[in-house]
Design a protein around this ligand. Structure first.
Ligand code: DX5
Ligand code: ZN
Length: 215
């Protein structure tokens, strides 16, 4: 399975989003990772629902929506997604993660369960078949530019061992070139690429994305 490269739009130039998305697509991005934050579950607010809808309408690239919002099962209709897209809801935000997954899957999109660093992998064990993947936060959600919590690398490894073949295992947070190598080795097959890699200004988007794909 090829590693799916998902540049994180919150790390792009917010005043030039249109050009940034075009540049990322030309550079070989597989999906656009869009962090949606409600200022309640996480101490930050972005990216707005109208912006997400406009991106969906304007661009022919799958979205990887990461919903850091309370009660996501009541708010999925605020967004526009479907076949080919991925949508992650946090375990910590709802007593009904499997209901949210069902609603996501009804649109044709894939449903992922996102886990904070302090949330054990075992919370997915009784609802594995309701989801297509797991998003493992390697930092506390809310901000880019944070340092990896090393235990999360072991969580990725455990996910690879315990979850079914073909299950999506997404790593999010401080996915630097160095950390990405370990994450992929441990079983991550989707990488959220933010200020630590694609937007690090170390090299252009194309070079960075190719480097990540070749890990
Ligand atoms: C956290 C975000 C970040 C970000 C990635 O909620 O999901 O992980 O986009 O950026 P860096 O590489 O700075 O962690
Ligand atoms: Zn994210």
């Amino acid at each position: 399975m090829k590693t799916v490269i998902c540049p994180s739009l919150m790390c792009a130039d917010q005043l030039r989003l249109y050009d940034e998305i075009n540049a990322l697509m030309t550079a070989g991005a597989d999906m656009l990772h869009i962090d949606v934050m409600d200022g309640e579950f996480v101490p930050n607010i972005q990216i707005g629902t109208e912006t997400v809808k406009a991106i969906k309408r304007e661009f022919d690239i799958p979205l990887d929506l990461h919903l850091m919002i309370n009660s996501p099962e009541r708010k999925l209709g605020y967004f526009d997604f479907g076949e080919g897209d991925c949508v992650s809801v946090h375990y910590e935000t709802t007593p009904h993660p499997a209901r949210a997954a069902q609603q996501i899957r009804e649109t044709g999109a894939k449903a992922l369960l996102a886990l904070n660093p302090a949330t054990p992998l075992s919370v997915i064990s009784d609802v594995v078949s309701c989801f297509d993947g797991v998003l493992i936060m390697a930092v506390n959600p809310g901000y880019s530019g944070q340092k990896l919590i090393p235990e999360t690398l072991l969580k990725i490894k455990a996910a690879k061992t315990l979850l079914p073949d073909g299950y999506l295992i997404e790593a999010d947070g401080n996915v630097s070139f160095d950390n990405a190598g370990v994450m992929v080795k441990n079983g991550a097959n989707m990488l959220v690429c933010g200020s630590s890699s694609v937007f690090s200004h170390e090299s252009d988007y194309k070079t960075s994305i190719e480097r990540l794909k070749n890990l």
